[in-house]
Design a protein around this ligand. Sequence first.
Ligand SMILES: *Cc1c(COP(=O)(O)O)cnc(C)c1O
Length: 460
Amino acid sequence: MPNDNQNELRKLPSVEKVLSGPDLAPAIDRYSHPVVTATVREIIDQIRERVVKGGQTPPFDAIVDMVKHHLAVEWPGFLEPVVNATGIILHTNLGRAPLSPSAVDALSKILGGYYALELDLDTGERGVRAQSMEKLLQMATGAESALVVNNNAAAVLLILSTLAKGKEVIVSRGELVQIGGGFRVPEVMAASGAILREVGTTNQTFIRDFEAAVSDQTAMLMVVHRSNFAIRGFTHDTALQELKELAKQFDLPLVLDLGSGAIIDTALFGMTHEPTVAEAFASGADIVCISGDKLFGGPQCGIILGKKNYIDVLRKNPLLRAIRIDKYAAVAVSATILQYLKGQTSQLPVYRMMGATLEELDRRCGILVEKLAKAGFAAEVTDGESLAGGGSLPDETLPTRLIEIAIPGSMDNFCHWLRLGSPPVLGCVRGGKFIIDLRTVFPDQEDDLVRAIAAAAGKS
Ligand SMILES: *Cc1c(COP(=O)(O)O)cnc(C)c1O
């Protein structure tokens, strides 16, 4: 090895020296000492390998920058909210519904301590898990009884496994849907031990198809809401009312997997009408299940609503122990449902975003375009459409205003740095421009958004 490189190797700082500089203190605070130490070690090892092969030891500051860069790439968005500038309100990969400020308040007030999750404070004995939450849900939806589990997939699994194991469940062929990455009706059915009896065709299913399939093996009639797609053209769906007659005649439960979780009419917020829980009961459904983090606007959970005699049976299934709701979700659901009862739905971020008017968006866009101009970016406001939910609702759109930003340099690099920045930002690209929809950006994130754009453009 040439002498030069012995010298270069001697210039390599120790792990301790790199760690102890003031520049990495914020990183140690954010990621912890062990995480940053491991990164420093990795970077110094990489540099040593290069120096041994004849390379040079970079200056100390450059090494610190390499460590910071590595941390940003390895831990993007770590414990930090993401700025969602995509205009997709229920973004499944971003955790769907953001919680309301009062749900967040309730969580921070209660969950640093103990909570009477399953204790009856009146008797001092073990009680029903999250009973006040269930009472509030009954009140807000008019259901006889309520039961909440880990998510809606678990709700469907519990319903099928309790009421239809080893027996047949009749479902229309047009409703054998796949939701998101994992929920497929035929697979959940198989996992539950129920036997799928599909009837009708993809586009047309009539009540006579259901009638012909009912036998002494039938345990349930099931309807699955087409949450993330629509069938148009030569179609026929069997009305819930017709199914109710058939279910009554053979004393079968009529179960509706509604998914979307609308308690109130989405038409009030400018969207097309999504079927509500109350409508489902009015049409004769015995059991309805919904996702807590879609239009309900709460945490991840599956809410089962319906006739008390059925829900009481579900409660006795040992499977419930494995999929029951946790205390965080129980508190967040209670605080969310309370907002419905108080008439404060506009405080739920999902509905606030849906209800944002074009005038309001215009005003916000105008201010942001000015801030972008000051930061050196050419931006314009154009018309566009926001999506209610990527994979959660059919292609429901709302007219919106978009900001188109010209980005110098590589758009791919820019978007990459924007995602890895702090806070991480997600937007869209169209026609070579970076596109922002402020509908899904919280107003207090706007300054951060401009800073993040400037920082990412500076790196790409
Ligand atoms: C979203 C959805 C599910 C799955 O719900 P998760 O809460 O994501 O488990 C099931 N069925 C329907 C109809 C849905 O829309």
